[in-house]
Design a protein around this ligand. Structure first.
Ligand code: DWN
Length: 396
């Protein structure tokens, strides 16, 4: 049973950055109620109202993984690990985005899937075999026919974006070799709750996984976890290593039970924990609005740094508009000179000169705080201040 615990109000599509400001409406299906539920049986956290995949991921999807050094480095390190540990003859990535990971692999060994054709075009151009399709059983059958089975399947921040999880795992089962390995990587719900990062929820993030939920879901497909790594990326993620239950060559290591115990101890199998989280979210909103209001009362400017999908949730949930945040800056070409989803806040190209010490910077990309603070050393040295809402709203 899916029990509702969080209501983030009406939200626009998170990655729709319009060229000019337009007031969106619920009636025209431009704003959607964003509510989150907890499945008491599987422990899976998911959005209650879903948007069709085709409405969210098309040929104008703006997000590019390569825009952050942190992700580029993380993918490089992972590619070395995969080659060393599993040495795949055939490697499949589901949701290859702009190729930040596959560029580290031999072209002849890679098959990639990316439904946003603008992104698929980038990897195709570099000579990678990329299918600009949604991941589903008919595509899995096509891939199996052409390449036979696949030794390693990898997917980061993608499976949580696909409505039909049953079809996702059936399709994986279809192409995964008998002794193959599936690796998935997504934000951890435990970290989300610890950091009150409610902005991990937006229409694209249909699910936020916990190890408890992943373990329960994959059982049906005769798959099991054999290793879990904790990562700092995207606000705290988990990398799940999965094998066929029948595969006795690979041993299940202690990291699996360690993570499951941690989650159980924190109360992730208990609905009361989720209700408590929703109270924290409300407090976070009130506190953030207080901070922003005080800054504006002193006639200071606030700039958003990183026009993220997460920031779209914050702006629309807290009702923050251009009377509070003057504009955002971002390095992604397809977001520049457009507007934050649902708001009259323009996105300008990133420029160091925009950052003077009387300006407060709201960290939209709080998950890249370390990378951004390194880049903005001079601003910090001059006394420049950042505002963050994670883990608690404050000025740094
Ligand atoms: O799951 C998803 C994640 C992986 O990426 C997608 N559904 C959508 C997207 O979510 P997001 O927009 O919240 O992701 P990021 O990775 O937090 O976005 C960072 C944004 O900040 C990008 O637009 C690039 C920008 N940026 C910048 O302008 N300067 C980032 C850094 C590090 C910088 O220095």
């Amino acid at each position: 049973m899916n029990k509702k615990f969080l209501d983030l109000g009406y939200q626009p599509l998170a990655n729709r950055y319009l060229k000019s400001y337009k007031k969106l409406s619920v009636k025209k299906n431009e704003l959607y109620k964003l509510t989150v539920g907890f499945n008491t049986k599987t422990k899976l956290v998911s959005l209650i109202k879903r948007i069709p995949d085709k409405k969210m991921f098309d040929s104008s999807y703006p997000y590019k993984s390569s825009m952050s050094k942190t992700m580029v480095n993380s993918f490089k390190k992972l590619s070395i690990k995969i080659k060393k540990k599993f040495n795949p003859k055939r490697f499949l990535e589901i949701g290859s985005n702009d190729g930040a990971l596959i560029k580290n692999f031999d072209k002849n060994k890679v098959v990639s899937v990316e439904p946003c054709s603008n992104l698929a075009k980038i990897t195709k151009k570099k000579g990678y075999q990329t299918y600009d399709n949604y991941w589903n059983l008919s595509l899995a059958k096509k891939i199996k026919k052409k390449f036979n089975s696949v030794d390693v399947i990898y997917s980061a921040n993608t499976l949580t974006h696909i409505n039909d999880l049953d079809d996702v795992f059936k399709s994986i089962n279809h192409v995964l070799a008998k002794n193959g390995v599936l690796i998935i990587e997504d934000p951890s719900f435990l970290e989300c709750i610890k950091k009150t990062s409610y902005d991990q929820f937006y229409n694209e993030h249909i699910y936020v996984f916990s190890a408890l939920a992943v373990k329960n879901i994959i059982k049906k497909y005769k798959l099991e976890l054999f290793n879990i790594e904790t990562l700092n990326t995207h606000g705290g993620s988990l990398r799940y290593y999965i094998k066929r239950t029948k595969n006795t060559i690979i041993r299940v290591n202690s990291s699996v039970n360690r993570q499951l115990s941690k989650e159980i101890k924190f109360g992730l199998n208990n609905f009361a924990t989720y209700k408590q989280f929703s109270k924290q979210v409300l407090l976070s909103k009130e506190k953030l609005l207080n901070i922003l209001k005080k800054i504006k009362d002193n006639n200071n400017k606030i700039i958003g740094y990183g026009a993220t999908a997460k920031a779209s949730t914050v702006l629309n949930y807290c009702n923050i508009d251009s009377d509070i945040i003057d504009y955002f800056v971002d390095t992604t070409p397809d977001k520049i000179n457009r507007y934050m989803p649902g708001k009259n806040i323009k996105i300008l190209p990133y420029n160091k000169k925009l950052m003077n010490k009387d300006t407060f910077i709201f960290l939209g990309a709080w998950n890249f705080k370390k990378e951004i603070f390194k880049k903005e050393r001079a601003f910090i040295r001059k006394g420049g201040k950042f505002i963050t809402h994670i883990p608690k709203p404050k000025i740094i």
